[in-house]
Design a protein around this ligand. Structure first.
Ligand code: ZN
Length: 328
């Protein structure tokens, strides 16, 4: 018998998206030792997807320290519920209904598996390795292709809500009778602050402006192309981000006034707009936040690399789950 038990120094982080699944072996210091990916859409059946994923995980861990060095697996997936271990009615994924992904994969791998939604995972990654390191009370808001997601941490723990759906600030109303949202209601923050919301605002600004604008010459209106027009001094492009940034500032001020966080950490594709988004956001935030909180909430942008954030976040989830090994 050994005098002391060995500690397992590696975990696997998996980021499942509509098009691509990325998986990585991450060590105890948050270093990605190996990473690979495959097309999610190649597996329209969940059972064949789980078979493929578990085979690929077993291969990558065999090549990087072996099965005995891996403690657990953390998974980021859209509409994944940490409390149930299931993907629950994900709108854009090939698998419909409620999928008990954590249990299915645990049975195949013989390792502890936890799942969480992308916003929860992003927040875990920021706490473990990023801008929220050392913080107990913070909010992470991610603005990217899918919309606006968020996760709240209080007293060092994620606040998930009784059903696991807390933090849906993207679906709080900022404009009564406003734009129609994918959730079926009107005026949600996400309909203004998201890539689609930005494009819609740009189209409105182009239609309402008498000034010539570079935006009307663009074939593809997107965060990157509109931001590059701002850099060239285009008034209509700058006004587009000013409106979107103002909406974001109002949404975040409401959020901060309820939660009283130490910091709000912003992530996602929208951050490439930089000052064009962040300056009007900050002005609106300071104007609308509760006066006793004003000046006391740090607003930060994620320092994690875009291609690594999600697998790192998933690996942070893996460290949080109770160790379990079927095959020693
Ligand atoms: Zn909505």
């Amino acid at each position: 018998m050994e005098e002391v038990d060995e500690i397992k120094t590696r975990v696997v982080g998996v980021d499942i998206r509509e098009t691509k699944t990325t998986y990585a072996v991450v060590n105890i210091r948050g270093e990605i030792l190996a990473q690979d990916h495959f097309r999610t859409s190649d597996y329209p059946e969940i059972s064949s997807y789980v078979n493929a994923l578990s085979e690929k995980i077993l291969t990558i861990i065999e090549e990087n320290g072996g099965y005995g060095s891996v403690r657990s697996v953390g998974i980021s997936a859209p509409s994944a519920n940490y409390l149930t271990g299931c993907i629950e009615n994900a709108a854009n994924m090939p698998w419909k209904g409620v999928i008990p992904l954590a249990a299915m994969l645990r049975d195949q791998l013989g390792l502890a598996v936890a799942v969480a939604n992308d916003a929860h995972i992003t927040a875990l990654g920021e706490k473990a390795y990023g801008s929220a390191h050392g913080m107990k009370d913070f909010i992470v808001v991610s603005i990217s292709h899918g919309g606006l997601g968020s996760c709240i941490f209080t007293n060092g723990l994620p606040h998930l809500g009784v059903n696991g759906f807390a933090g849906e600030v993207g679906h709080t109303c900022v404009e009564v009778e406003g734009r129609l949202c994918g959730c079926g209601r009107r005026g949600c923050l996400e309909t203004y602050v998201s890539d689609k919301g930005l494009v819609k605002t740009a189209e409105e600004e182009i239609a309402n402006s008498n000034e010539p604008t570079l935006l009307s010459e663009l074939e593809d209106l997107s965060i990157a192309t509109i931001a590059s027009c701002c850099d060239k001094g285009d008034r209509v492009a700058i006004d587009t981000f000013r409106r979107v940034g103002t909406m974001l500032g109002v949404g975040l001020a409401n959020y901060a006034s309820v939660i009283n966080p130490e910091a709000i950490i912003l992530t996602g594709d929208m951050m490439i707009a930089g000052k064009w988004l962040l300056k009007p956001m900050r002005t609106a935030f300071d104007e609308h936040v509760f006066h006793n909180i004003r000046g006391r909430v740090r607003i930060l942008v994620s320092i994690l690399k875009e291609g690594e954030r999600d697998v790192l976040g998933a690996s942070a989830l893996a460290w949080d789950v109770k160790e379990y090994s079927l095959f020693k």
